[in-house]
Write a protein that binds this ligand. Structure first.
Ligand SMILES: [Fe+2]
Length: 352
């Protein structure tokens, strides 16, 4: 049975109590109960798409403004219009476009937030994790695990750009955010190039292997391998109506996610395919590796439709339905906080 609305006398008594208890650092829950306990999630992030061609000149110009060494990480942050001043792309994820020019080194450091890179353009750039280099190509997905020393460099020609996604908001919220700078520009050279990929990413494990960290021991997921798998799998007849052909990047030693706090996916949509509207509680960052089309995000009058093409990045806020229409065959990378929500038992999805 619904309770009766409070009468004027009790409203003023409540306001009086609110005022009197304030000095004792007390706040009545009933003043904000309905703000907190909402029938559906309240989300600050808004649907948004960054056209790479539009923002690329500014990314390239950033090299004239500051060196990678001075900036430590020369990044233009993708700030969601619903999160201005918070420097976030969704309510729970940070993302930015990082530029490195030939000969530059982004100096070695480590931090408790995990970072992932999705390579946008360039040739000859590398990331070194604990001294082990991996050369990066467009479409590669690279992980720098929590508290792992890492530096970046560029020994090719022309600009090298990748998208960073970090779990900084979550780690800051938890009060577990630490950063340390290595005394030298580069961490000492470690194992041979791509050693971890060969050792752990070939359907084998070294005998006696013991897992030492939560992140995948592979920190490079080359696009050439990913694309080949998608190419072979697309020969199948059945497509998920909401996702097309969608795969999750995993830690091969556990079958779990590649990163303990960020779920990462790659999906292929054939030309002319339109996904059925789908929503879930994990907001996400999407980067177009190949193709073009449109994405509709949101529902009712608030829904927005964006044209996308290769290298564009879009944000799908938590619990916003979205549908992708592929004008050309499209391959889209995405990163969300699904794994955190799954571990906490609060993740939900709705296929519409
Ligand atoms: Fe870093």
């Amino acid at each position: 049975m619904a309770s009766a609305a409070p009468n004027i006398a009790s409203r003023s008594a409540s306001a009086d109590l609110t005022q009197r208890v304030e000095r004792d650092r007390l706040v009545p829950l009933w003043n904000f109960f309905n703000d907190w306990f909402t029938p559906v999630p309240k989300v600050s992030a808004q649907p948004y798409l960054w056209h790479y061609d539009r923002i690329r000149p500014a990314v390239i110009e950033s090299a004239d403004v500051i060196s990678a060494k001075e900036a430590e990480r020369r990044v233009l942050v993708l700030e969601n219009p619903g999160l201005i001043g918070k420097h976030l792309i969704t309510d729970t994820l940070y993302a930015g476009l990082q530029l490195i020019t030939p000969g530059e080194i982004a100096p070695a450091h480590r931090h408790s937030p995990v970072a992932l890179r999705f390579v946008i353009e360039g040739k000859g750039g590398y990331t070194a994790v604990a001294g082990e280099r991996t050369w990066m190509e467009p479409g590669d997905f690279v992980v720098t695990p929590s508290w792992a020393w890492h530096d970046h460099g560029h020994e090719g020609e022309g600009p090298f750009v990748w998208m960073d996604v970090l779990d900084v908001p979550l780690i800051r919220f938890l009060g577990a955010n630490f950063t340390e700078h290595y005394p030298e520009e580069r961490f000492p050279e470690g194992p041979p190039v791509n050693d971890s990929l060969h050792r752990y990413g070939s359907n084998m494990l070294p005998v006696g292997y013991e897992r030492k960290a939560l992140a995948s021991p592979i920190f490079s997921y080359p696009y050439s391998r990913t694309r080949e798998a998608l190419e072979r799998l697309k020969q199948q007849d059945e497509w998920d109506p909401h996702h097309g052909l969608k795969m999750e990047y995993i830690d091969p030693t556990t079958g779990g996610p590649a990163i303990p706090t960020i779920s990462t996916f790659i999906q292929l949509l054939p030309q002319g395919f339109t996904t059925e509207p789908y929503r879930s509680t994990d907001g996400g960052v999407y980067c177009v590796a190949e193709g073009s089309g449109t994405v509709k995000i949101g529902e009712g009058e608030a829904a927005q439709t964006f044209e996308y093409s290769k290298r564009d990045i879009f944000a799908v806020p938590c619990w916003h339905p979205y549908s992708i229409q592929a004008k050309e065959e499209s391959v889209i990378f995405s990163a969300t906080d699904r794994i955190v929500q799954t571990k906490l038992g609060v993740w939900r999805e709705q296929r519409q």
